[in-house]
Structure formats: structure tokens, C-alpha cells
Design a protein around this ligand. Structure first.
Ligand code: HEM
Ligand code: HEM
Length: 272
């Protein structure tokens, strides 16, 4: 017997398909929740966390965007309900793996308190979003229940909107924990006591082990930049021990990024 709704405006979905899809998702989530945590610690001798969080950062906003559209466009809901549910399930699985792998990583590198809290906050909200996706499919495609479809649409849209800042905060605090210090250090000038050097002093520093150069009368210690140059070390090695104004300016004059990095390597000027 066909149990689907007869509402002429709402394209319908069979009960059986809905129940099968819902059950598959719920079982998958239950399985992931019960797998041993150490499963998510590593991949190929590296921590899994930095890899899996990329998936979470894509799946969560994708689910939220889907909800915000499908809740208000019945045709989109009818055609793509399976996509919304898949994204919602993937988001929940992703957050489970991210939390578990994050805890394993914390044991290795220390607990990034603020970030761990931001990550943990995402779990319940993601679960609520998945339940609302299922509810939206139910009230939109199987059975309209009074004003409940409106309530699901409004509450779900609010949760979807909230997911953006919550995802951003978790991702940003994680990136901060890893990168803030290292990046700020790299951007700091390597010498604060600027001195005056003779040409001979610069010419002596003409090897990759100690590589000084001159651009526009300013002396730079570019040793550390040999391995960092985006286009390879050869261009920088060729600057060692000489006035390389022509090479640098010929390639990079007026380009903000190369000029900013060069400025961090300044150690003084040439005099005499
Ligand atoms: C579920 C949402 C989460 C997201 C989206 C997320 C995201 C991130 C990101 C983007 C990074 C930086 C990766 C890199 O640049 O290499 C990171 C690092 C990290 N996360 Fe998470 N994370 C989440 C949950 C957690 C949880 C629950 C913990 C539990 C302790 C955790 C622990 C860590 C640790 C220990 C690091 C490395 C910090 C360091 O090396 O100083 N994360 N996370
Ligand atoms: C210490 C001096 C130098 C610094 C700080 C520097 C910095 C940079 C940076 C940041 C980039 C990436 C730019 C981007 O992708 O937007 C770059 C790219 C590049 N650099 Fe340099 N560079 C230096 C010297 C040189 C020299 C002497 C040459 C060649 C004579 C050179 C050739 C290139 C080339 C071919 C690229 C790739 C193309 C491009 O993005 O413009 N660089 N460099």
C-alpha cells in the first residue's frame, strides 16, 4: 500500500526509502561512536587530525547551505533530500573523527584548551542539524503535520546560520594553536641592531651556509631564505656575496610579498 502523502503541491517520497536512508545514517553514526578511539589517531605515521578537519570544514557549511535552501524551496528539497542527509551524516561522522583524532593529537603535542573547547562545541550542534535535516525531509516529503514544517524550517535555518561562526571558530582556533607563533616568528625582522658593513664583509658571506647580499645599498642575510624561496633556492644562492639589486628588482620590483619577506632579512647597510 502506498502510504505517501496526497498533498498535490508536495512531491512525495516513499516511507520505505525514507526509513532505509534514515536507518543507514543512524547505524553508521552509532558504529562510528563505538569504534575504538585509537583508530583515528594516525594515518601513515602522521596525525589524522589535520587531514580530517579539512573534510569537516567543508561538510558542515555545505550541510548548512543545503538546509537554508531546501527548507524554503520545496522542489530543491524533493530533488536533493538524499544529498542533504548524506552531507549531514558525513558532518556528524567527520566531527566524531575530528574530536577523537584531536584528543589523540593533544596527547602528543599538548592540549590546546580554547581550541579543544571550540571543537567540542561543534559536536552537539552538528547532531541537532542532522536531526533537523531528517525532520525537514519527513515533514516536507512524507507527512505535513500542522505548522510543524514551518517550525522545522525556521529552527533549522537558525541552527544552520549558527554553524558558520561555530565552524570558523573551531578551525581558526586550531590553526592558531599550530601556526600563530611559528608564523609571527618568521615575519619578525632577524636583526634589530642595524649595522654598517663594508663591501668586503658582504663578499665573504658568499656560500649557502652564510649568504649575505645587497639590494639597493641595504645588506640582507638571506641564508634562511634559500630553502624558503617559493621558486627554489638557486635564485637566492646566486645572490650570495654580491650586489644583487638587478636580479631582485628585475624579478620582484613592486611585488609586495617578496619585498616584505626581504625586509625581514635586513641586517644593515653598506658603507665606505
Ligand atoms: C571538530 C572540530 C574540529 C576542527 C574543525 C578542528 C580543526 C583543527 C585545525 C584546522 C587544526 C590546525 C591543523 C594544522 O594547521 O596543522 C587543528 C589542530 C589541532 N586540534 Fe583540532 N579541530 C577540531 C576538534 C578538536 C578537538 C575536539 C580536539 C581535542 C583536544 C582538537 C585538538 C587539536 C590539536 C591537539 C591540534 C594541534 C595543535 C598544535 O599542534 O598545537 N581538535 N584542529
Ligand atoms: C631574498 C630575495 C627574494 C625574496 C624575498 C623572494 C620572494 C619571493 C616570493 C615571496 C615569491 C612568491 C610570490 C608569489 O607567488 O606571489 C617569489 C617567487 C618567485 N621568485 Fe623570488 N624572491 C627573491 C629573490 C628572487 C630572485 C633573485 C629571483 C630571480 C632572479 C627570483 C625569482 C622568482 C620567481 C621566478 C618566482 C616565481 C614567479 C613569481 O611568483 O613571480 N626571486 N619570490
Amino acid at each position: 500500500m502506498d502510504e505517501t502523502t496526497n498533498d498535490t503541491t508536495a512531491p512525495s517520497l516513499s516511507w520505505k526509502v525514507f526509513a532505509a536512508a534514515a536507518a543507514a545514517g543512524v547505524v553508521l553514526i552509532a558504529v562510528f561512536l563505538n569504534l575504538p578511539a585509537e583508530m583515528w589517531a594516525e594515518i601513515d605515521e602522521l596525525p589524522l587530525h589535520p587531514l580530517i578537519v579539512h573534510g569537516v570544514i567543508v561538510a558542515l557549511p555545505a550541510t548548512a547551505i543545503w538546509f537554508m535552501v531546501a527548507a524554503w524551496r520545496p522542489k530543491v528539497l524533493a530533488r536533493t533530500w538524499w544529498l542533504g542527509w548524506t552531507l549531514a551524516v558525513l558532518s556528524v561522522l567527520g566531527v566524531i573523527v575530528a574530536s577523537s583524532s584531536g584528543e589523540s593529537l593533544a596527547a602528543a603535542v599538548g592540549n590546546p584548551d580554547e581550541h579543544a573547547e571550540a571543537g567540542d562545541r561543534l559536536g552537539p550542534v552538528t547532531l541537532v542539524m542532522a536531526v533537523l535535516v531528517l525532520a525537514l525531509v519527513f515533514v516536507g516529503l512524507i507527512r505535513r503535520i500542522g505548522p510543524l514544517d514551518r517550525v522545522v524550517a525556521v529552527v533549522g535555518t537558525l541552527v544552520a546560520v549558527a554553524l558558520f561562526p561555530l565552524t570558523y571558530l573551531a578551525g581558526h582556533s586550531g590553526a592558531e594553536a599550530v601556526w600563530q607563533e611559528t608564523y609571527a616568528e618568521a615575519k619578525e625582522p632577524i636583526a634589530t641592531d642595524q649595522r654598517t658593513f663594508t663591501m668586503a664583509e658582504v663578499e665573504r658571506r658568499n656560500t649557502p651556509a652564510e649568504c649575505w647580499t645587497i639590494v639597493d645599498g641595504v645588506v640582507y642575510d638571506v641564508t634562511s631564505f634559500i630553502s624558503r624561496h617559493p621558486a627554489g633556492g638557486a635564485d637566492i644562492r646566486a645572490m650570495c656575496g654580491r650586489d644583487a639589486s638587478d636580479s631582485f628588482l628585475g624579478q620582484h620590483q613592486g611585488q609586495a610579498e617578496p619585498e616584505e619577506w626581504l625586509a625581514t632579512l635586513r641586517i644593515g647597510t653598506v658603507g665606505g
